[in-house]
Design a protein around this ligand. Sequence first.
Ligand SMILES: Cc1cc2nc3c(=O)[nH]c(=O)nc-3n(C[C@H](O)[C@H](O)[C@H](O)COP(=O)(O)O)c2cc1C
Length: 337
Amino acid sequence: MNFFSNYLNANPNALFLAPMEEVTDTSFRRICKSMGADVLTSEFVSSEALIRDVQKSFDKMAFDETERPFGIQIFGHDETSLVKAAQVAEEQQPDFIDINWGCPVKKVVAKGAGAAILRDIPKMVACTKAVVDAVKLPVSVKTRLGWDMNDKPIVSAAEQLQDVGIQAITIHGRTRSQIYSGVADWTLIGEVKKNPRMKIPVIGNGDIASGDKALLFKERYGVDALMIGRAAIGNPWIFKEIKCAFEKKTFLIPTLEERINILLKHLRASIPLKNEKKACLEIRRHYAGYFKGVSNFKKVRLELMKVNSLQEIEEILMKFGVPLGTQYGFEYSTRYF
Ligand SMILES: Cc1cc2nc3c(=O)[nH]c(=O)nc-3n(C[C@H](O)[C@H](O)[C@H](O)COP(=O)(O)O)c2cc1C
């Protein structure tokens, strides 16, 4: 019984929201879910911090029942720590544990975690097996094509990871050395999927930013599902857009009023989770997306970038002359959601 195969058989158009540190907290994840994201994952949680009982790591694992199917993502470089962290994560009762073998960030890679493991596939496989054996929950892996353009072991690595019991693999079509530069290359993702020995779902990731591209890439590379990251920042309706493309329906871009209401719901929900200042700082990353294509927004964005309280943000947004919704829930009284 494969958890992901079962889920994807029942939901063939399912979309995964990519884990993104300081972006995909529970408030944003729930916004994305309400707009068509199906499978959600926590931001990555350090296995070392988790076993040291660091509160921030526990905060990152928190999720709402409405977020299911939900996975907790862990990263680390040491087998024993990864195993213990996976067991702690399992106690939170998510639906699956995801291991991050793809993070390219220097401070992670320097310790041998994240994408660093792509230079040591036997260790990647051994650590993954230890986690699979230590927990009852399904385990998945998220990784990249390889270390650099001369070293892309993903086809063989995916097969070996499947053999030690992972139930799904997500592949970002870049190498570690590319970080986020260039264009994601989906050719090798397609080859992993085409490998006749591969039976577990393959989830494709990298540069999907429109309904048309999602449809094209899902069909062209034959992946079981797509994972969307940066295109959702300030643009959570991307999931709705992609679902419309899959179902050959017309997608209508949200109105300015709808966007402001979505943004405020997102911000208000994140304030109790962090604190007002941090929530207001983190929402800044989303402004450009939320107001893409809105004329005269540049000046307003500059004002928004200077303030750190909900009241100030609301006052600035009022200048658009749009009535602001006051509900704190996640239901949408709009035309498209
Ligand atoms: C701000 C940011 C934070 C990220 N944090 C994580 C993370 O915690 N775990 C992870 O597996 N990938 C992380 N990623 C990578 C994304 O999950 C995804 O693989 C990558 O952005 C490529 O997909 P996209 O082109 O759809 O954005 C992060 C990416 C960004 C931009």
